[in-house]
Write a protein that binds this ligand. Structure first.
Ligand code: NAD
Length: 281
């Protein structure tokens, strides 16, 4: 039976470190969160980010824009936030309504304030291992892996999913720690067979209960990034928890696994941004 990796506890420890450093060094840090439209899931995420800011002593600035916001209006707001010295980090909650070009919006955010690490400058820096910020969800997954005491070096790591936000950067972070990494996606052949090679298996697919026990090696570390809402309103991950936890050595639950880590890393990135910007003044 697997040990459950407690994302709530690990994330709480990170937020406490951020809070303590901010208080100790009297750092002024500010995070602007921009939300466009009325997506209920986005609303929940934004509220959680606000609460985490309050806990850490980071000032949060929320901009809730209407669904029909134009590109011009959104870019104007980003320019204002880029120039605002009280704002160290800018986060635009995705997905955006259809009329808005997400790529252009991300590229408009100053790379120094891009605490999500989605800007192509930051993506490039991560690729070569010379970065200030790591993308929040993959960095959170790495912290959870570290919390198990299992070293990534030399391990076979399989990531299911190749999105720019999760799968690709996750693979890169595992590679930076000397894992032997395979990235699987919707066109991968013999997926179960490939997954069974994994000492460390990361699922970022977005399909409930997609990873079943027959896809998992005995003793694997299983990280479930998926957040799927079932018809009964309950949240579930990409991993069939009950059966996979019988086989894995460590496993993250959903909720309470990767989710809280994403927010904790965001707090850490905002503090890093504030420190870098302070040094540049
Ligand atoms: P995405 O839809 O952009 O990517 C999904 C990936 O899964 C794709 O690369 C696709 O190739 C792959 N895929 C789809 N069907 C497959 C199949 N049959 N076999 C193998 N691969 C397949 O999603 P995303 O943004 O990467 O998010 C993935 C999941 O993680 C979602 O459930 C999302 O809600 C969740 N998520 C959670 C957090 C968090 O904080 N915990 C953050 C971001 C995303």
């Amino acid at each position: 039976m697997a040990q459950i990796i407690d994302g709530k506890a690990v994330s709480a420890a990170i937020k406490e470190q951020v809070r303590d450093e901010i208080a100790r060094d009297n750092i002024k840090a500010g995070l602007a969160v921009v939300i466009v439209g009325n997506d209920p899931a986005s609303r929940v995420y934004v509220n959680n980010k606000k609460k985490a800011c309050e806990f850490c002593g980071i000032k949060s600035f929320e901009y809730a824009l209407p669904e029909e916001t134009t590109m011009e209006q959104l870019l104007e707001l980003i320019d204002t936030l880029n120039a605002d010295k009280n704002v160290n980090g800018i986060l635009v909650q995705l997905p955006l309504p259809k009329q808005l070009d997400e790529k252009a919006v991300i590229e408009r955010i100053s790379p120094k304030k891009d605490v999500d690490a989605f800007h192509e400058t930051n993506v490039g820096k991560i690729m070569i291992g010379n970065y200030s910020f790591l993308p929040c969800t993959p960095a959170g997954c790495m912290e959870l892996i570290h919390s198990t005491g299992v070293s990534v070096a030399g391990k076979e790591c399989v990531v299911i999913g190749r999105s720019n936000i999760v799968g690709k950067p996750m693979a890169m972070l595992l590679l930076h720690e000397n894992g032997t990494v395979i990235v699987c996606h919707s066109k991968t052949k013999n997926l179960a067979e490939v997954c069974r090679r994994a000492d460390i298996l990361v699922a970022a697919v977005g399909k409930p209960n997609f990873v079943t026990a027959d896809m998992v090696k005995e003793g694997a570390v299983v990280i479930d990034v998926g957040i799927n809402r079932l018809e009964n309103g309950k949240l579930c991950g990409d991993v069939k928890f009950d059966e996979v936890s019988e086989k894995a050595s460590f496993i993250t639950p959903v909720p309470g696994g990767v989710g809280p880590m994403t927010i904790a890393t965001l707090m850490k990135n905002t503090l890093t941004a504030a420190k870098i910007q302070k040094n540049e003044q």
